[in-house]
Design a protein around this ligand. Structure first.
Ligand code: PA5
Length: 407
């Protein structure tokens, strides 16, 4: 299903003694995911995919599909990136799927809200607001803008069928709204942080609306829990790269559908590990596009970087290119190999992850794989992968600026 090639373009850069030293520190790695430890709920897939909960999610998704033209997902960071990553990876590039899904709460762009509201105002709408804290600025602004529209269109009674809130079980303003207005709701468990929440209702409800097979996602994710060998290898390679001055990791794909998956990875690694003046900056390249811009830097520029490449072996469709007597996908695979070889010659390590084909099972596997490996990396760096105190700083300043303006 997935082959982790952490050797071909890697070994020459890795000192085996150093590797073995770290490996011996990780003998008891499974204890990092023990349910007794804080914020490890995402590892317990059987609880997340419990039958009753999945039935409720599927029934709600069916209701949504049958009762709206437009499904709005309001949320930012971990509250939307996981589901969007999977939907973008698995849906066709161009489709007229019903309902249309739009994302809100990911910026403060006036143009975006103006244009979106114009586009949807005469459509039948159902909204899913997703926020664990219920206090995120961008989400709250989007929620209030959309509620203005919803109140113009629907009675309070009808809104009970059209507003779905995914939030903490007890705390926060969104939970208060659920209690006050009897909106349908789902829970983000309190032992799961936003960027680890893709397999909670935060991710699963939007995925079910987009007709993603939740059971196959579950099967893929479960496989990643079963054997941690490659997660450990990947974490150790990252650590050794950092020790060698590689402070940037580029996630690379040759399938643009994976762009949001790379965004999800960037959030997971950036927010989990970038703290205490430590961490590797995660960036992403979509090839072959970026070969014609940043490719020069990687080949001959400052050697601050290593790459982790997602190579999809088989495409869903075969398009023959007569000029080269190859399929387009064969050419894409050849380009992938050629670039890894060239970058290896240029002194840039390449981890290569070969994915047999892009589907629910493989993406479920990859997401669980990287959540696990990220926590192992945090253990090696001695940082807490589940907090994000750094993002509070700008929020405090926004709040004090807002108070200044209001007073
Ligand atoms: O990973 C995280 O915890 C964050 O990225 C959050 O998901 C993001 O800030 C949104 O928070 P909330 O779900 O509370 O609105």
């Amino acid at each position: 299903m997935i082959e982790f090639d952490f050797a071909t373009y890697t070994n020459q850069f890795i000192n085996p003694d150093e590797f073995n030293r770290y490996n011996s520190q990780l003998i008891d790695v499974k204890q990092l995911f023990d349910p007794s430890r804080d914020m490890t709920g995402w590892y317990d897939l059987a609880t997340l995919f419990a039958k009753d909960l999945i039935t409720d999610i599927i029934n709600t998704a069916n209701y949504i599909k049958n009762n709206c033209d437009v499904f709005l997902i309001i949320g930012i960071g971990g509250s939307y990136l996981g589901s969007r990553a999977i939907i973008e990876a698995l849906k066709p590039y161009f489709s007229d799927n019903q309902p249309n899904i739009y994302y809100l709460g990911t910026s403060l762009s006036s143009d975006y809200y103006h244009d979106l509201i114009n586009r949807i105002k005469d459509k039948q709408i159902i909204v899913n607001v997703i926020s664990k804290s219920g206090s995120t600025l961008e989400t709250n602004i989007a929620y209030s803008l959309i509620m203005d529209l919803m109140h113009q269109k629907y009675s309070n009674e009808e809104l009970k069928n059209r507003i779905i809130i995914t939030t903490d079980k007890e705390k926060g303003k969104l939970r208060q709204d659920v209690n006050q207005y009897s909106y349908k709701s789902f829970i983000i468990p309190n032992n799961i942080g936003g960027r680890y929440s893709v397999f909670t209702p935060a991710g699963l409800l939007p995925l079910a609306v987009a007709n993603i097979d939740l059971n196959k996602l579950y099967l893929g994710a479960q496989k990643a829990n079963a054997d941690l060998t490659n997660q450990i290898r990947y974490a150790i390679i990252r650590k050794i790269m950092f020790n060698n001055g590689k402070i940037v990791e580029a996630y690379v794909t040759y399938e643009p559908k994976l762009a949001f998956f790379l965004e999800w990875l960037k959030q997971l690694y950036g927010e989990s590990l970038g703290k205490e003046n430590k961490g590797i900056l995660p960036i992403s390249f979509i090839n072959t596009t970026d070969l014609h811009s940043l490719g020069q830097f990687i080949q001959e520029g400052n050697k601050i970087l290593f790459e982790t490449v997602f190579n999809i072996k088989n495409s869903h469709y075969n398009i023959h290119i007569d000029q080269y007597n190859k399929t387009l996908n064969e050419l894409n695979n050849i380009a992938t190999t050629a670039v890894s070889k060239a970058h290896q010659h240029g002194g840039v390590l390449n981890n290569v992850i070969n994915i047999e084909s892009l589907n629910e099972e493989t993406i479920g596997y990859l997401m669980q794989f990287f959540m696990i490996s990220c926590v192992i990396s945090a253990h090696l760096d001695n940082v807490n992968p589940f907090d994000q105190n750094g993002v509070e700083e700008y929020k405090k300043i926004i709040n004090s600026l807002l108070q200044g303006i209001n007073s």
